[in-house]
Design a protein around this ligand. Sequence first.
Ligand SMILES: C[S@@+](CC[C@H](N)C(=O)[O-])C[C@H]1O[C@@H](n2cnc3c(N)ncnc32)[C@H](O)[C@@H]1O
Length: 296
Amino acid sequence: MAPAESAVNDFDEKKAYAAQEEEGQKYFDDGREIDLLHFVYGHEKIDEIRGSPQKVLAAIDEYGRTKKYLMNVGDDKGKIVCDLIRKHKPNTLVELGGYVGYSAVLFGDAVRQAGGKRLFSLEFNPEFAAVIMSLVDLAGLSDIVKVHVGSSANSIKRLHAAGLLSHIDMMFLDHSKPAYTTDLKLCESLNIVGPGSVLAADNCVKPGNPPYLRYVRSTVEEKRKALELGDAATDDKAGLSEKYGYLFQDAVSEKKLGSTEKGNPNLVYDSKRIDSFEPTGIPDALEISICVKEES
Ligand SMILES: C[S@@+](CC[C@H](N)C(=O)[O-])C[C@H]1O[C@@H](n2cnc3c(N)ncnc32)[C@H](O)[C@@H]1O
């Protein structure tokens, strides 16, 4: 594994979002997502915002700064993924976890500018999905961004079965932490992640995701061995606890994870961590993993 890279040295405090609520207090799904819609559509500059992805993002950032914390990828980590989009020019980008559409608007715009065709935003909360659709439409990106409501695993299976998803050029993982590994293995088993696929996984420091990092940083030999050893060695939840994701108990249930696929141990990833910041200024990192080949 390559050493961690630092994309940004300093955080610009002027753009910091309101702090995330203290532990035990709600920091999402308390009405703020609908409040955000009222804020954006009631904005004095709504006529300029219409049709401009950058201005939609600026309005969401303004809400995060002046009203309430929002669990968006934010400007700093967002730039790292946009650079990857410019470099790799994905035709199809899949994001796991859409929330209010910040990343869908940011990356949907970058995919369009890079000549790509589609961003699938997979979100299990139907209210959040409705907010994404509304802001994507406001940004003029409805042709590129398609929102699918349901657990990510079920949406991936459905899109694949319908012939709409045959190869994932880029995937942004930003949903419940245990599902990063189970969804990646599902995509490997369906053969829609393979050589050429680029994975960008958010929150690899805050709160962290040990099983996912272990998996993408493992050698082919280690993965084959883990499969031989069976369940304990391939436990995608080992090392995770409640601090590794909201709705943790709910998120680890079979129903929500929706997949027990074993993945493809023969895929080789070139994986590295890039240090950056949450929109609040708290340090975090993305793990960027490029699938370079499949060993026989
Ligand atoms: C951190 S937020 C996503 C933020 C968004 N990517 C952004 O940067 O603008 C995580 C989202 O994932 C959704 N989610 C969590 N587990 C999921 C799953 N298994 N399938 C689909 N969505 C999920 C949550 O409802 C939440 O909206």
